[in-house]
Design a protein around this ligand. Structure first.
Ligand SMILES: [Zn+2]
Length: 489
């Protein structure tokens, strides 16, 4: 995700307040720094009781997101959407494997109304409760290891999530009258039922039916369209595992441009009416992806592209294979969102506390691009930013920063931290460690503590003090860590 330049001053105010609060806390007598290398508290994880699936996957920040008791392998979602009425009707077929015996399990769906649920083709009882829980009781219990399909029929007018820090996310109506879904950490459940945790990645197929004249862009590979009785159906297939927040649907009167990368990977770019400016950045996509592959290893997906909105929404997002761009997006944003295809999409975080694995790397990719393509001396930039930042972002932690703070330090302090790490272990080790990381965790999930351990192995060094100073701490690192290796003040 890249945040709108307009939203940044607002975030800065929040950050300054938090920094001020942090200083007060730091001055309390008797406070001892936490010496243990902690992971976020997961004690809020609801236990699986008897044969009932849990109603939260146990993230320390968003404990109710996702569910337990099963593992989804694929979503096959069909929706009909009419921009004139804003009404959505959907049928979601969800294939999963039970990881426990289950008399009952949950999916997540936000505000839309469920009309019926089948499990294994048999009618199942269902009820909707709380913010987003869809509780399903199959006609007979599921057995550990059993693969089963759940079909949910649902509909209504999709509603956006309002987040105080990040604004609107999930389903949004665009200025053209079309609609799109994007947002982090939540988005998918505003338009289809899901196990809404990045830990449960799955393939995703979308069939979307819209009135003739509108068209639909989504993740993955195009699989044709058909028109009948004034309605056109578009089908998209994304076979590689995807976290639910990286799914997207975008309905508009798109100008679609199709091409291929030099290795034959299909590229689909879509421009909303009024978003043609994006083309001058997006035409460099092959160069961007080739550059990122040089730095991070082979491009991890079977397709690529971009979705360019005319609307100046608060963020651009790395929706898998096909990032969605706000009207203000520039070449930097294209580099950032495509770097996420490695960091965030292919290798997904385990907990939201690990967000630096996504954002620090996507933001540092912008530095690497500037270094290679613009001849920027990153050491000079680093020193200048450290000087300028003397009083600003040091109070923000890059690991386990607390719910609501995920996006506050990762874009700027994160760049400095990775540049310092590169100097601490040297260019060669840094390059090798990064490529080994994306290869070893390709298509899966990983945590920040695992990354620290990986870099320590790759470098053969004990880096605890460095990681504490830069990623776990909320104070200016000592000069030893601020100017490591050849980075002299
Ligand atoms: Zn990002």
């Amino acid at each position: 995700m890249a945040i709108s330049p307009k939203a940044r001053p607002y975030l800065l105010v929040l950050i300054l307040v938090l920094v001020a609060a942090g200083i007060v806390v730091a001055q309390l007598p008797g406070e001892e720094p936490n010496a243990t290398r902690s992971t976020p508290d997961a004690s809020t994880t609801p236990p699986v009781v008897d044969a009932v699936g849990g109603d939260g996957a146990g993230d320390a920040y968003y404990p109710q997101d996702g569910n337990t008791g099963y593992d989804v392998s694929g979503y096959d979602v069909s929706v009909t959407y009419d921009p004139a009425t804003r009404q959505l009707d959907g049928v979601a077929k969800i294939t999963a494997t039970a990881t426990a015996d289950l008399t009952r399990f949950n999916l997540d769906l936000y505000t839309l109304v469920v009309e019926g649920v089948d499990v294994r083709g048999q009618q199942a009882e269902h009820r909707q409760e709380g913010d987003h829980e869809l509780v399903i009781t199959p006609a007979s219990p599921l057995v550990t290891g059993e693969q089963f399909t759940t079909t949910v029929r649902y509909g209504g007018e999709p509603t956006v999530f309002q987040d105080r820090a990040l604004g609107r996310s999930g389903w949004q109506v665009s200025s053209s009258g079309g609609a799109f879904a994007a947002g982090e950490p939540h988005s998918a459940t505003t338009w289809f039922p899901a196990n809404d945790t990045p830990r449960d990645k799955a393939s995703f197929t979308l069939t979307a039916r819209v009135p003739e004249g509108w068209s639909v862009i989504s993740n993955g590979v195009e699989d044709g369209s058909t028109t009948e009785d004034g309605w056109t159906s578009f089908r998209w297939v994304a076979e590689q595992p995807m976290a639910t927040y990286l799914t997207t649907i975008a309905i508009d009167k798109w100008t679609v441009e199709r091409s291929t990368l030099p290795d034959g990977t299909p590229v689909v770019d879509a421009y909303a009416p009024g978003a043609q400016d994006g083309r001058r950045h997006q035409e460099r996509l092959p160069e961007v992806l080739a550059f990122l592959a040089e730095k991070f290893g082979p491009y991890p997906f079977e397709s690529a592209g971009g979705i360019f909105l005319a609307d100046d929404i608060g963020f651009s997002l790395e929706t898998q294979t096909r990032p969605i761009y706000a009207g203000w997006a520039d070449l930097d944003t294209v580099v950032h969102e495509n770097a996420h295809q490695w960091f965030g999409d292919s290798v997904s975080l385990e907990n939201w506390a690990d967000i630096c694995l996504n954002e620090c790397f996507a933001s540092y990719a912008q530095w690497l691009w500037d270094e290679a393509k613009e001849g920027v001396d990153l050491d000079d930039r680093y020193r200048a930013q450290v000087e300028r930042a003397r009083d600003s972002f040091w109070g923000r932690k890059l690991y386990d920063m607390g719910r609501g703070n995920e996006f506050k330090g990762v874009y700027d302090k994160g760049q400095l931290a990775l540049h310092a790490l590169r100097h601490r272990i040297g260019d060669d080790v840094f390059d090798r460690a990064v490529k080994e990381w994306t290869t070893a965790n390709r298509g899966g999930n990983a945590s920040w503590p695992e990354f620290e351990a990986h870099v320590e192995r790759a470098s053969g060094q004990d880096l605890d003090a460095f990681f504490d100073a830069w990623f776990r701490g909320d104070d200016i690192p000592d000069d030893e860590h601020l100017y490591p290796g050849s980075l002299r003040r």
